[in-house]
Design a protein around this ligand. Structure first.
Ligand SMILES: [Zn+2]
Length: 430
Protein backbone atom coordinates (compact mmCIF):
# COMPACT_ATOMS: atom_id res chain seq x y z
CA UNK A 1 0.00 0.00 0.00
CA UNK A 2 1.25 3.47 -0.89
CA UNK A 3 -0.78 5.29 1.76
CA UNK A 4 -2.68 4.63 4.98
CA UNK A 5 -5.56 6.85 3.92
CA UNK A 6 -6.73 8.80 0.88
CA UNK A 7 -9.65 11.19 0.94
CA UNK A 8 -10.78 11.75 -2.64
CA UNK A 9 -12.51 14.68 -4.30
CA UNK A 10 -12.86 17.22 -1.50
CA UNK A 11 -12.99 21.01 -1.35
CA UNK A 12 -10.77 22.88 1.07
CA UNK A 13 -11.84 25.83 3.26
CA UNK A 14 -9.52 28.15 1.28
CA UNK A 15 -11.56 27.58 -1.90
CA UNK A 16 -9.50 24.92 -3.67
CA UNK A 17 -11.90 22.38 -5.17
CA UNK A 18 -11.88 18.68 -6.03
CA UNK A 19 -8.52 17.69 -4.56
CA UNK A 20 -7.29 14.41 -3.06
CA UNK A 21 -5.55 14.25 0.31
CA UNK A 22 -3.17 11.35 1.01
CA UNK A 23 -1.83 10.41 4.45
CA UNK A 24 0.90 8.17 5.80
CA UNK A 25 2.17 7.59 9.33
CA UNK A 26 -0.20 10.16 10.78
CA UNK A 27 0.74 12.99 8.45
CA UNK A 28 -0.56 14.48 5.23
CA UNK A 29 1.90 13.45 2.54
CA UNK A 30 0.12 14.46 -0.63
CA UNK A 31 -2.42 17.04 -1.73
CA UNK A 32 -3.24 17.29 -5.41
CA UNK A 33 -6.05 17.22 -7.96
CA UNK A 34 -5.64 13.50 -8.52
CA UNK A 35 -3.37 11.24 -6.47
CA UNK A 36 -2.64 7.77 -7.84
CA UNK A 37 -1.70 4.77 -5.75
CA UNK A 38 -3.41 2.54 -3.26
CA UNK A 39 -4.42 3.09 0.36
CA UNK A 40 -5.64 0.94 3.21
CA UNK A 41 -8.61 3.25 3.68
CA UNK A 42 -10.28 5.39 1.04
CA UNK A 43 -12.94 8.00 1.84
CA UNK A 44 -14.95 9.34 -1.08
CA UNK A 45 -15.44 13.05 -0.45
CA UNK A 46 -17.98 13.60 -3.22
CA UNK A 47 -17.20 17.31 -3.61
CA UNK A 48 -17.78 18.18 0.05
CA UNK A 49 -15.52 20.27 2.26
CA UNK A 50 -12.64 18.83 4.25
CA UNK A 51 -11.76 21.08 7.17
CA UNK A 52 -9.08 20.90 9.82
CA UNK A 53 -10.70 19.85 13.12
CA UNK A 54 -12.79 22.31 15.06
CA UNK A 55 -11.07 24.03 17.98
CA UNK A 56 -12.97 25.18 21.07
CA UNK A 57 -10.66 27.69 22.70
CA UNK A 58 -12.93 28.44 25.65
CA UNK A 59 -14.74 25.74 27.58
CA UNK A 60 -15.48 24.52 31.12
CA UNK A 61 -15.10 20.75 31.21
CA UNK A 62 -15.45 20.59 35.00
CA UNK A 63 -19.00 21.98 34.83
CA UNK A 64 -20.26 20.46 31.59
CA UNK A 65 -23.29 18.15 31.55
CA UNK A 66 -24.15 19.13 35.14
CA UNK A 67 -27.39 20.88 34.13
CA UNK A 68 -29.97 20.81 36.93
CA UNK A 69 -27.50 19.77 39.63
CA UNK A 70 -28.29 20.88 42.25
CA UNK A 71 -30.86 23.16 40.57
CA UNK A 72 -31.47 25.30 37.46
CA UNK A 73 -30.41 28.92 36.88
CA UNK A 74 -33.68 30.86 37.25
CA UNK A 75 -32.53 34.41 36.42
CA UNK A 76 -30.29 33.37 33.52
CA UNK A 77 -27.53 35.68 34.72
CA UNK A 78 -23.80 35.06 34.93
CA UNK A 79 -23.90 35.85 38.64
CA UNK A 80 -26.57 33.25 39.43
CA UNK A 81 -24.57 30.78 37.34
CA UNK A 82 -21.49 31.45 39.48
CA UNK A 83 -23.56 31.13 42.68
CA UNK A 84 -25.10 27.87 41.46
CA UNK A 85 -21.69 26.46 40.57
CA UNK A 86 -20.61 27.46 44.11
CA UNK A 87 -23.40 25.26 45.47
CA UNK A 88 -22.35 22.36 43.28
CA UNK A 89 -18.60 22.61 43.97
CA UNK A 90 -18.54 21.07 47.46
CA UNK A 91 -20.56 18.14 46.13
CA UNK A 92 -18.17 17.31 43.28
CA UNK A 93 -16.29 14.04 43.30
CA UNK A 94 -13.29 13.29 41.14
CA UNK A 95 -14.96 10.27 39.55
CA UNK A 96 -18.11 12.19 38.67
CA UNK A 97 -16.14 15.03 37.06
CA UNK A 98 -14.07 12.54 35.06
CA UNK A 99 -17.19 10.70 33.93
CA UNK A 100 -18.96 13.87 32.74
CA UNK A 101 -15.84 15.17 31.01
CA UNK A 102 -15.14 11.90 29.20
CA UNK A 103 -18.75 11.67 28.11
CA UNK A 104 -18.53 15.21 26.76
CA UNK A 105 -15.30 14.33 24.90
CA UNK A 106 -17.12 11.48 23.14
CA UNK A 107 -19.63 14.02 21.88
CA UNK A 108 -16.83 16.41 20.92
CA UNK A 109 -15.14 13.76 18.76
CA UNK A 110 -18.47 12.99 17.09
CA UNK A 111 -18.70 16.71 16.23
CA UNK A 112 -15.17 16.90 14.82
CA UNK A 113 -14.02 18.94 17.81
CA UNK A 114 -10.53 17.61 18.53
CA UNK A 115 -8.85 20.57 20.25
CA UNK A 116 -10.18 22.05 23.48
CA UNK A 117 -8.90 24.64 25.95
CA UNK A 118 -10.78 24.10 29.19
CA UNK A 119 -10.75 26.27 32.25
CA UNK A 120 -10.67 24.40 35.53
CA UNK A 121 -11.85 26.08 38.71
CA UNK A 122 -9.12 26.27 41.36
CA UNK A 123 -11.31 27.87 44.05
CA UNK A 124 -11.85 24.59 45.85
CA UNK A 125 -9.14 23.72 48.34
CA UNK A 126 -9.53 20.03 47.46
CA UNK A 127 -8.70 20.79 43.80
CA UNK A 128 -11.03 17.97 42.79
CA UNK A 129 -11.63 19.46 39.33
CA UNK A 130 -7.91 19.89 38.72
CA UNK A 131 -7.12 16.29 39.66
CA UNK A 132 -10.00 15.03 37.54
CA UNK A 133 -9.21 17.04 34.41
CA UNK A 134 -5.49 16.25 34.57
CA UNK A 135 -6.50 12.61 34.44
CA UNK A 136 -8.95 13.31 31.60
CA UNK A 137 -6.20 15.14 29.66
CA UNK A 138 -4.14 11.94 29.86
CA UNK A 139 -6.99 9.63 29.00
CA UNK A 140 -8.08 11.54 25.86
CA UNK A 141 -4.53 12.24 24.68
CA UNK A 142 -4.87 9.97 21.64
CA UNK A 143 -7.94 11.73 20.31
CA UNK A 144 -8.22 15.25 21.77
CA UNK A 145 -5.60 17.94 22.38
CA UNK A 146 -6.76 19.23 25.76
CA UNK A 147 -5.16 22.30 27.31
CA UNK A 148 -6.10 23.25 30.88
CA UNK A 149 -6.28 26.77 32.27
CA UNK A 150 -6.12 27.38 36.04
CA UNK A 151 -9.21 29.48 36.65
CA UNK A 152 -9.88 31.23 39.98
CA UNK A 153 -13.66 31.40 39.49
CA UNK A 154 -14.33 33.24 42.78
CA UNK A 155 -11.62 35.83 42.16
CA UNK A 156 -7.84 35.66 42.47
CA UNK A 157 -7.86 38.18 45.34
CA UNK A 158 -11.50 37.87 46.38
CA UNK A 159 -11.23 34.18 47.27
CA UNK A 160 -8.78 33.87 50.16
CA UNK A 161 -7.09 30.68 48.96
CA UNK A 162 -7.26 31.24 45.19
CA UNK A 163 -3.70 32.53 44.80
CA UNK A 164 -2.21 29.54 46.59
CA UNK A 165 -4.48 27.09 44.79
CA UNK A 166 -3.66 28.57 41.40
CA UNK A 167 0.06 28.00 41.98
CA UNK A 168 -0.68 24.48 43.29
CA UNK A 169 -2.68 23.70 40.13
CA UNK A 170 0.17 24.94 37.90
CA UNK A 171 2.64 22.84 39.91
CA UNK A 172 0.39 19.82 39.36
CA UNK A 173 0.61 20.31 35.58
CA UNK A 174 -2.21 22.65 34.56
CA UNK A 175 -0.98 24.32 31.37
CA UNK A 176 -1.87 27.99 31.52
CA UNK A 177 -2.92 30.89 33.78
CA UNK A 178 -6.51 32.13 34.07
CA UNK A 179 -8.32 34.87 35.96
CA UNK A 180 -11.52 36.87 36.30
CA UNK A 181 -10.67 40.54 36.95
CA UNK A 182 -14.27 41.81 36.63
CA UNK A 183 -15.29 39.59 39.56
CA UNK A 184 -12.77 41.11 41.98
CA UNK A 185 -14.16 43.59 44.51
CA UNK A 186 -13.08 46.81 42.78
CA UNK A 187 -11.81 47.89 39.35
CA UNK A 188 -8.42 48.53 40.97
CA UNK A 189 -8.30 45.01 42.44
CA UNK A 190 -9.27 43.63 39.03
CA UNK A 191 -6.38 45.43 37.35
CA UNK A 192 -4.06 44.31 40.14
CA UNK A 193 -5.11 40.69 39.48
CA UNK A 194 -4.33 41.11 35.78
CA UNK A 195 -0.84 42.27 36.64
CA UNK A 196 -0.24 39.49 39.19
CA UNK A 197 -1.50 36.75 36.86
CA UNK A 198 0.54 37.96 33.87
CA UNK A 199 3.63 38.07 36.10
CA UNK A 200 3.06 34.44 37.13
CA UNK A 201 2.78 33.46 33.46
CA UNK A 202 5.92 35.41 32.54
CA UNK A 203 7.89 33.81 35.36
CA UNK A 204 6.75 30.30 34.46
CA UNK A 205 6.87 30.78 30.67
CA UNK A 206 3.16 30.05 30.28
CA UNK A 207 0.23 31.35 28.29
CA UNK A 208 -2.57 33.47 29.80
CA UNK A 209 -6.32 33.35 29.20
CA UNK A 210 -8.42 35.62 31.39
CA UNK A 211 -12.19 35.85 31.62
CA UNK A 212 -12.10 39.56 30.97
CA UNK A 213 -14.86 42.17 31.22
CA UNK A 214 -17.71 39.67 31.01
CA UNK A 215 -20.20 42.37 31.96
CA UNK A 216 -22.36 45.01 30.28
CA UNK A 217 -20.58 47.77 32.24
CA UNK A 218 -19.00 50.03 29.59
CA UNK A 219 -16.39 51.09 32.15
CA UNK A 220 -15.11 47.56 32.68
CA UNK A 221 -11.73 47.99 30.97
CA UNK A 222 -9.50 45.22 32.27
CA UNK A 223 -8.67 44.32 28.68
CA UNK A 224 -6.65 47.55 28.59
CA UNK A 225 -4.59 46.39 31.57
CA UNK A 226 -4.24 42.95 29.99
CA UNK A 227 -2.90 44.39 26.73
CA UNK A 228 -0.56 46.71 28.65
CA UNK A 229 0.83 43.90 30.83
CA UNK A 230 1.24 41.69 27.76
CA UNK A 231 3.50 44.31 26.22
CA UNK A 232 5.33 45.14 29.43
CA UNK A 233 6.19 41.51 30.12
CA UNK A 234 6.91 40.50 26.51
CA UNK A 235 4.00 38.02 26.37
CA UNK A 236 2.93 38.95 22.82
CA UNK A 237 0.99 36.14 21.12
CA UNK A 238 0.62 34.17 24.36
CA UNK A 239 -2.30 36.07 25.91
CA UNK A 240 -6.05 35.82 25.31
CA UNK A 241 -8.85 38.01 26.62
CA UNK A 242 -12.00 35.90 26.81
CA UNK A 243 -15.57 37.26 26.53
CA UNK A 244 -14.79 41.01 26.36
CA UNK A 245 -18.53 41.69 26.39
CA UNK A 246 -18.22 45.16 27.94
CA UNK A 247 -16.61 46.21 24.65
CA UNK A 248 -20.11 46.02 23.16
CA UNK A 249 -21.23 48.88 25.40
CA UNK A 250 -18.06 50.98 25.51
CA UNK A 251 -17.74 54.52 24.31
CA UNK A 252 -16.72 54.61 20.63
CA UNK A 253 -13.84 56.99 21.16
CA UNK A 254 -12.41 54.78 23.88
CA UNK A 255 -12.67 51.70 21.63
CA UNK A 256 -10.84 53.57 18.87
CA UNK A 257 -7.90 53.80 21.28
CA UNK A 258 -8.26 50.34 22.82
CA UNK A 259 -8.25 48.22 19.66
CA UNK A 260 -4.89 49.47 18.35
CA UNK A 261 -3.41 48.78 21.80
CA UNK A 262 -4.73 45.19 21.65
CA UNK A 263 -3.35 44.77 18.13
CA UNK A 264 0.07 46.11 19.12
CA UNK A 265 0.17 43.81 22.13
CA UNK A 266 -0.77 40.75 20.03
CA UNK A 267 -3.60 39.88 22.43
CA UNK A 268 -6.10 37.33 21.10
CA UNK A 269 -9.82 38.02 21.52
CA UNK A 270 -12.15 35.14 22.43
CA UNK A 271 -15.86 36.02 22.26
CA UNK A 272 -18.33 33.30 23.27
CA UNK A 273 -21.47 34.08 21.26
CA UNK A 274 -23.76 31.28 22.47
CA UNK A 275 -23.30 31.85 26.19
CA UNK A 276 -23.09 35.61 26.05
CA UNK A 277 -26.17 36.24 23.90
CA UNK A 278 -28.16 34.77 26.79
CA UNK A 279 -26.08 35.91 29.78
CA UNK A 280 -25.68 39.56 28.77
CA UNK A 281 -28.30 42.28 28.65
CA UNK A 282 -30.12 40.80 31.66
CA UNK A 283 -30.21 44.13 33.47
CA UNK A 284 -31.57 45.93 30.40
CA UNK A 285 -35.24 46.56 29.73
CA UNK A 286 -35.55 47.46 26.03
CA UNK A 287 -33.55 47.72 23.87
CA UNK A 288 -31.52 44.78 25.20
CA UNK A 289 -27.84 44.82 24.39
CA UNK A 290 -26.32 41.78 22.70
CA UNK A 291 -23.10 41.70 24.67
CA UNK A 292 -20.89 40.50 21.85
CA UNK A 293 -17.41 42.05 21.54
CA UNK A 294 -16.87 44.13 18.38
CA UNK A 295 -15.74 41.40 16.04
CA UNK A 296 -15.65 43.23 12.66
CA UNK A 297 -13.76 46.13 14.19
CA UNK A 298 -11.23 43.88 15.90
CA UNK A 299 -10.75 41.95 12.69
CA UNK A 300 -10.16 45.20 10.79
CA UNK A 301 -7.41 46.07 13.30
CA UNK A 302 -5.69 42.73 12.67
CA UNK A 303 -6.56 41.30 16.10
CA UNK A 304 -6.84 37.50 16.04
CA UNK A 305 -10.46 36.65 16.93
CA UNK A 306 -11.44 33.11 17.93
CA UNK A 307 -14.88 31.99 19.11
CA UNK A 308 -15.35 29.71 22.09
CA UNK A 309 -18.31 27.65 23.14
CA UNK A 310 -17.89 28.31 26.90
CA UNK A 311 -20.61 25.95 28.10
CA UNK A 312 -22.72 22.95 27.26
CA UNK A 313 -25.57 22.08 29.65
CA UNK A 314 -24.17 23.66 32.81
CA UNK A 315 -25.12 26.45 35.27
CA UNK A 316 -24.51 29.15 32.64
CA UNK A 317 -25.94 27.70 29.44
CA UNK A 318 -28.57 25.00 29.34
CA UNK A 319 -28.26 24.10 25.65
CA UNK A 320 -25.21 23.39 23.45
CA UNK A 321 -23.72 20.18 22.13
CA UNK A 322 -20.01 20.49 21.31
CA UNK A 323 -20.99 21.97 17.96
CA UNK A 324 -18.60 24.74 16.91
CA UNK A 325 -20.70 25.36 13.78
CA UNK A 326 -23.52 26.34 16.13
CA UNK A 327 -21.15 28.82 17.76
CA UNK A 328 -20.15 30.28 14.39
CA UNK A 329 -23.81 30.40 13.30
CA UNK A 330 -24.73 32.44 16.39
CA UNK A 331 -21.78 34.79 15.81
CA UNK A 332 -22.91 35.43 12.24
CA UNK A 333 -26.30 36.56 13.53
CA UNK A 334 -25.37 38.46 16.67
CA UNK A 335 -22.39 40.21 15.08
CA UNK A 336 -24.07 41.11 11.76
CA UNK A 337 -21.31 39.06 10.15
CA UNK A 338 -23.45 38.20 7.13
CA UNK A 339 -21.33 39.15 4.10
CA UNK A 340 -19.91 36.09 2.33
CA UNK A 341 -16.45 37.10 3.45
CA UNK A 342 -17.56 37.60 7.05
CA UNK A 343 -19.28 34.19 7.21
CA UNK A 344 -16.06 32.58 5.96
CA UNK A 345 -14.22 34.49 8.68
CA UNK A 346 -16.56 33.00 11.28
CA UNK A 347 -15.53 29.55 10.08
CA UNK A 348 -11.87 30.52 10.56
CA UNK A 349 -12.80 31.74 14.05
CA UNK A 350 -13.67 28.15 15.06
CA UNK A 351 -10.74 26.49 13.23
CA UNK A 352 -7.48 28.23 12.30
CA UNK A 353 -7.76 31.33 14.54
CA UNK A 354 -8.24 29.39 17.81
CA UNK A 355 -5.49 26.95 16.75
CA UNK A 356 -3.18 29.99 16.80
CA UNK A 357 -4.40 31.00 20.28
CA UNK A 358 -3.82 27.44 21.49
CA UNK A 359 -0.29 27.36 20.06
CA UNK A 360 -1.04 24.16 18.19
CA UNK A 361 1.63 22.72 15.92
CA UNK A 362 1.03 20.76 12.73
CA UNK A 363 -2.53 22.07 12.31
CA UNK A 364 -4.08 22.66 8.89
CA UNK A 365 -4.55 20.80 5.63
CA UNK A 366 -1.17 20.88 3.93
CA UNK A 367 1.62 18.39 3.20
CA UNK A 368 3.72 17.69 6.29
CA UNK A 369 0.94 18.65 8.74
CA UNK A 370 -0.90 16.22 10.98
CA UNK A 371 -3.49 14.05 9.22
CA UNK A 372 -6.30 15.56 11.33
CA UNK A 373 -9.50 16.66 9.59
CA UNK A 374 -13.26 16.54 9.35
CA UNK A 375 -15.32 15.81 6.25
CA UNK A 376 -18.47 17.94 6.42
CA UNK A 377 -21.82 17.35 4.73
CA UNK A 378 -21.55 20.67 2.88
CA UNK A 379 -19.77 22.09 -0.13
CA UNK A 380 -17.83 24.90 1.55
CA UNK A 381 -17.39 26.67 4.92
CA UNK A 382 -20.32 29.05 4.39
CA UNK A 383 -22.62 26.15 3.64
CA UNK A 384 -21.23 24.25 6.61
CA UNK A 385 -22.31 27.10 8.91
CA UNK A 386 -25.67 27.56 7.19
CA UNK A 387 -26.50 23.86 7.55
CA UNK A 388 -24.57 23.16 10.77
CA UNK A 389 -23.45 20.28 8.61
CA UNK A 390 -23.13 16.68 9.74
CA UNK A 391 -19.60 15.40 10.34
CA UNK A 392 -19.33 12.58 7.83
CA UNK A 393 -15.86 11.48 8.92
CA UNK A 394 -13.57 12.62 11.72
CA UNK A 395 -9.91 11.72 11.32
CA UNK A 396 -6.95 12.18 13.66
CA UNK A 397 -3.40 11.19 12.74
CA UNK A 398 -4.79 9.36 9.72
CA UNK A 399 -7.15 7.20 11.78
CA UNK A 400 -10.93 7.40 11.34
CA UNK A 401 -12.39 8.18 14.79
CA UNK A 402 -16.03 8.79 13.90
CA UNK A 403 -18.43 8.56 10.98
CA UNK A 404 -21.99 9.79 10.46
CA UNK A 405 -24.51 9.39 7.67
CA UNK A 406 -25.23 12.40 5.45
CA UNK A 407 -28.54 14.17 6.01
CA UNK A 408 -31.08 12.77 3.61
CA UNK A 409 -34.85 12.71 3.91
CA UNK A 410 -37.30 10.54 1.99
CA UNK A 411 -40.17 12.64 0.64
CA UNK A 412 -43.66 11.40 -0.13
CA UNK A 413 -44.98 14.30 -2.21
CA UNK A 414 -46.88 13.69 -5.43
CA UNK A 415 -44.90 14.98 -8.41
CA UNK A 416 -41.88 16.10 -6.34
CA UNK A 417 -38.44 14.50 -5.88
CA UNK A 418 -38.26 11.36 -3.74
CA UNK A 419 -35.46 12.67 -1.52
CA UNK A 420 -34.11 15.91 -0.09
CA UNK A 421 -30.40 16.37 0.62
CA UNK A 422 -29.88 19.81 2.18
CA UNK A 423 -26.27 20.15 0.98
CA UNK A 424 -27.47 20.15 -2.65
CA UNK A 425 -29.25 23.48 -2.04
CA UNK A 426 -25.91 25.34 -2.11
CA UNK A 427 -25.95 28.48 -4.27
CA UNK A 428 -23.58 28.69 -7.25
CA UNK A 429 -19.97 29.13 -6.05
CA UNK A 430 -19.15 32.82 -5.45
ZN1 LIG B 1 -15.74 30.80 30.63
Amino acid sequence: MDFDLIVRDVNLPDGRMNVDVACRAGRITGLDTSIGGSAKTVIEGGGKVLSPPFVDIHFHLDATLSLGTPRLNQSGTLLEGIALWGELKPLLTKDAVIERALRYCDLAVAQGLLVIRSHVDVCDDRLVGVEALLEVRDRVRDYIDLQLCAFPQDGYFRSPTAARNLERALDMGVDIVGGIPHFERTMAEGDRSVRALCEIAAKRGLRVDLHCDETDDPLSRHIEALAFETQRLGLQGRVAGSHLTSMHSMDNYYVSKLLPLMAEAGVHAVPNPLANIVLQGRHDTYPKRRGLARVPEMRAQGINVAFGQDSTMDPWYSLGGADMLDVAHMAVHVGHLTSRDAVRYCFEAVTTNPATVFGLEGYGIAPGRNADFVLLDARDPIEAIRLRAARLAVVRRGKVLATSAPRRTELALEGRPATVEPWRYAPPPS
